[in-house]
Design a protein around this ligand. Sequence first.
Ligand SMILES: NC(=O)c1ccc[n+]([C@@H]2O[C@H](COP(=O)([O-])OP(=O)(O)OC[C@H]3O[C@@H](n4cnc5c(N)ncnc54)[C@H](O)[C@@H]3O)[C@@H](O)[C@H]2O)c1
Length: 352
Amino acid sequence: MKRIIITGGAGFIGSNFILKQIAETDNHILNLDILTYAGNLDNLVSVADNPRYQFVEGDITDANLVQTVIDDFQPDGIIHFAAESHVDRSIDGPIPFIMTNVVGTAILLDRMHNYWKGLEAQKKENFRFLHVSTDEVFGSLGPDELFRIDTPYDPSSPYSASKAGSDHLVRAWGRTFGFPILLTNCTNNYGPLQFPEKLIPLMVINAISGKALPIYGDGLNIRDWLHVEDHCEAIYNVFENGSLGETYLVGGEEEVTNLRVVETICSILDEIKPNASGASYREQITYVTDRPGHDVRYAMDISKIRSELGWNPSHTFEAGLKETIQWYLENRDWWTKLQEKKIYDQERLGTS
Ligand SMILES: NC(=O)c1ccc[n+]([C@@H]2O[C@H](COP(=O)([O-])OP(=O)(O)OC[C@H]3O[C@@H](n4cnc5c(N)ncnc54)[C@H](O)[C@@H]3O)[C@@H](O)[C@H]2O)c1
């Protein structure tokens, strides 16, 4: 049994991770989340009363609050998910990305390191700070390459630059202070509970609402897609078994163009929820101005996590996508509630 602080646990990946932890382990989880537009406690209703789960609403940039949480909870480790995570929003307003992703990570490192120094030997040796990051820190790939552990950082957007900054800080705390850090850099996730500003839920909801399906540019940008459940398994495997100071690249080995993602969503919907008019959902596809600084291709070399930790993605994109679409169809209340809160109305972001 471990006591783990999860930051950003009310978001997409963090909430999937907490649900899995409570169901499959006997760990105690403290979720520290400020509940931005992307944080949603509805994701966690099924564990809200579980004695092994507790929630603290608060900001990771608030050093006093972080200190109080650590003092009260006495963690054995932390898995740091909290971030501003949407590239388009980082184009419209970059500063919150710097505050949470860079400053917030530095504050967590500083307060956690201070706590770790005072731990008794056994607890100190077992302590882990796992930082959850993205493949976007590496920038854009040509057609035949893969991102590797030694690929130089070359971020394009304020989001990826802020995540790159946080990765550097985490490594610096490892090298300078001997603080027990681990990093994961992962490709695009999809699955249940993803805020509908992101490509897959956005397109599913727009399609069944009879709205346009906007493709940025020519739609030929390639992303590698990983089911969120596979990502959560990779993160916990690295947390438990990873070598301290190391970085593990995580991906699904499922490279798909954005256009193909949207066409596949349309084909699946045509099959499982055909339009009353008989028209294919593909007819709703439109092309819009590209995202500024849009990276062309991401793809990961996942040989290290595979060979060292025995992790492999278990969902194929096609099957995982179908299951995910079913989830959004069956959980209409979850996303209509978000629409009613008027936090986001499926509008285009990131054109400034
Ligand atoms: N979604 C992906 O495809 C993907 C891929 C690779 C890596 N990642 C990384 O995984 C992590 C989680 O991503 P996600 O998609 O779940 O993000 P998300 O936007 O769905 O959730 C982020 C959560 O962090 C919380 N948060 C934001 N600022 C905070 C602050 N200052 N203090 C406390 N909490 C704060 C939000 O309220 C929200 O609950 C991020 O670090 C992201 O960079 C995401």
